[in-house]
Design a protein around this ligand. Structure first.
Ligand code: NOJ
Length: 664
């Protein structure tokens, strides 16, 4: 019997391999034929990715897109999720360009497309690969329903510095967990067959080491040993590659002093030769052009360097489009380099099924049936409630009873829709999110509640100006003065038995270009919290944040702290599920919460020193501080629940350990 099974297994594997080889041969024949017909300009055109959306000032942008598509100068487009518009654009490529090569349609679908899930740092806190994969699958279903075939996700950059605003977009500080999540996200987006009309090609980013920007300042330089790279920072990218990610995005920073986008060691030796990556490499937004500011030369020089390093597609900057032909004529790049990059782009289009059916994901009837369905919202609620991390719960104040006591909900995030979704939600509609007050009414309709705003998110007008960079009134000053807001909140709280303070970061305080040097709760809200604590009533802090915050004071003075990150569309319902005990909080931190900024970088898997910390900061000549403990406030892995539990008699499964933690 056993023998028959083995024979059957061998036979199936053989047949699968045969089919794969036949498919590969078919793809090769198609692309060989196409490459023969293409002019050099058309080949370079495939390497050009244009944008339809927002463009930072001062950069080269996609103008005359229609003309370029007709001339075969565009390989793909990103920034829109309007299927009608995209179908019209695909039609231009398919009907008016000489070779009728279909376009990619990409977008930053980061934590859900229309139905928004928790920010990635929150999603990671579930430690549940099933939920992670499910969130990516739903995102892919919704995104492809709106015509997209490519997402710039997952972001798998390891980060140890909470000042960096993009720590919110990643999975925290652990390479193993980061790798598991990278794989689950790729599986979720791409499904079992990239050519299906509900599969979304993944783009793992930002290769490499973007999360190690010095001082947590976005776009800053990086300096790292090879051992730190291989042991901590590179594994999640590698895992995504192993899971079959169709594309990878270069990072803006230097790696070994060479910008990643021109770094041949990174793009070819490691990515392709060591890891066997078969997809294509796209730059980050104008990353080629930015290499001139790095000091590498003019646009022609940096474009040639990028191509020779192994970059295939140029996002927005049009360095490839405008200079590669000249570089070819001058012998600065070879025809073979251009052919190879073009082949990789065409192969991806083939694998995505675009040559078979360029309109496969452009079906206008899908959005009405597939977007923000009750099932999708239910999944978002489930995932969000599992991402919350209970940091403190004195005297079991949580869960709250659904009747009996009176509860005052206070804070600028309590009756707020705008900040429920978190950073990077192009397709997300904050108007459709559930606020905390709405969630409480849904889950505990009989509870006697009061509400008061209590403070602005921040009173600092210049900070508000920066938070509203995209010209939308994301953070506003209330017309009522801060003093009156506070007075009202104290009057409201006086009527209640328990105060739930709903405070923290607004969605625009974390994410790209949102580094902070002060990672505390903004001053206006902190002042409110101090006044609430002074009432002597128990204060439960429901904390919104896109990063680890410094919370020593809050930890010392609040009865409970429930960290809810930015939970997504179903925020309020999920928060109420946990506050009232329908769901037991089970999230665990994947990034260390320091006591103070001065301790950063602080992470769990650091190397020992010759003068180890002995738990006391009073000891001289040891690796410690004069004025602070070395310990974090809340370590990696931390998170309590409503039911007491202990981990005991833990055992390491050695064979499985070595199987999973395979060193590069
Ligand atoms: C720049 C960001 O760094 C990257 O993550 C994103 O995918 C691109 N812009 C495209 O929006």
């Amino acid at each position: 019997m056993k023998r028959t099974n083995t024979i059957l297994l061998c036979l199936c594997t053989f047949l699968l391999l045969q089919t794969a080889t036949a498919q590969d041969a078919k793809m090769k024949a198609h692309i060989d034929g196409l490459l023969k017909k293409m002019t050099v300009d058309e080949k370079i055109g495939q390497l050009n990715l244009v944008v339809t959306g927002y463009v930072p000032t001062g950069t080269t942008v996609s103008a005359d897109t229609e003309k370029k598509i007709i001339a075969g100068q565009v390989g793909g487009m990103f920034g829109s999720h309007d299927p009608v518009r995209m179908k019209a654009i695909q039609k231009i490529a398919m009907e008016k360009s000489r070779l009728k090569i279909p376009l990619f349609f990409g977008l930053d679908v980061i934590h859900g497309h229309r139905t928004i899930f928790p920010i990635p740092l929150g999603l990671a806190a579930t430690w549940d690969m099933g939920l992670v994969e499910k969130s990516a699958r739903i995102a892919a279903q919704e995104a492809t329903a709106e015509g997209l075939n490519w997402t710039f996700s997952p972001m798998v950059d390891i980060a140890r510095d909470p000042r960096w605003g993009r720590i919110s977009e990643g999975n925290g500080e652990d390479p193993y967990l980061g790798s598991q999540i990278a794989k689950a996200m790729v599986r979720g987006y791409q499904g079992d067959d990239l050519s299906k009309n509900n599969s979304l090609m993944a783009c793992v980013k930002h290769y490499a080491l973007y999360g190690a920007a010095e001082a947590g300042r976005d776009y800053n330089t990086v300096d790292m040993s090879r051992s730190a790279m291989y042991n901590y920072y590179l594994p999640p990218y590698k895992a995504a590659v192993e899971a079959g990610a169709g594309s990878i995005m270069t990072s803006f920073n230097v790696v070994d002093e060479v910008p990643a986008t021109a770094n041949r060691w990174l793009m070819t030796d490691v990515l392709r030769n060591q890891w066997g990556f078969k997809g294509f490499v796209v730059t980050d937004y104008t990353a080629i052009n930015e290499m001139s500011a790095h000091g590498l030369g003019d646009l022609q020089t940096v474009s040639a360097l990028a191509l020779k390093a192994g970059v295939d597609m140029d996002m927005v900057g049009e360095g490839f489009l405008t200079t590669l032909k000249k570089s070819l004529d001058e012998g600065k790049v070879k025809m073979a380099d251009i052919d190879l990059a073009c082949r990789r782009i065409l192969e991806a289009k083939w694998k995505m099924g675009l040559f078979k059916d360029a309109y496969g994901r452009l079906d206008e009837s899908r959005p009405a049936k597939e977007i923000m369905t009750p099932e999708n919202r239910k999944a978002a609620r489930e995932v969000a409630s599992h991402s919350f991390v209970l940091l403190k719960n004195d005297k079991q104040i949580l869960p709250l009873a659904k009747t009996g006591k009176t509860v005052a909900f206070v804070g600028p995030l309590a009756d707020n829709h705008r900040d429920m979704l978190g950073t990077w939600v192009i397709g997300g509609e904050w108007e459709k999110s559930v606020s905390v007050m709405e969630g409480v009414k849904n889950v505990a309709p009989k509870l006697a509640t009061f509400y008061a705003k209590g403070s602005n998110i921040t009173d600092d007008t210049s900070f508000i100006h920066r938070l509203n960079f995209f010209n939308q009134p994301r953070v506003t000053l209330d017309p009522i003065s801060p003093e009156t807001l506070l007075r009202n909140a104290l009057e409201t709280s006086a009527k209640a038995d328990i105060i739930v303070a709903v405070l923290g970061e607004s969605e625009s305080m974390s994410g790209e270009s949102s580094s902070r040097t002060d990672i505390g709760i903004p001053e206006s809200q902190r002042k409110l919290l101090e006044e609430l604590v002074k009432t002597g009533k128990p204060v439960v802090l429901v904390l919104f944040t896109g990063r680890p915050l410094t919370l020593e004071w809050e930890d010392a003075h609040c009865a409970a702290i429930l960290n809810v990150w930015a939970p997504g569309t179903e925020a309020g319902n999920a928060i109420a599920d946990v506050l009232f005990g329908d769901v037991n909080p089970s999230g665990k931190l994947t990034a260390t919460f320091p006591r103070s900024i001065g301790q950063i970088p602080l992470y769990y898997n650091h190397k020992p020193t010759g003068r180890p910390y002995n738990g006391s900061y009073q000891t001289k000549f040891q690796s410690n501080y004069l004025d602070s403990s070395n310990d974090p406030l809340f370590p990696f892995g931390y998170g309590i629940g409503y039911s007491p539990f202990v981990y005991e008699e833990m055992m390491l499964n050695i064979p499985q350990f070595w199987e999973e933690v395979h060193l590069i």
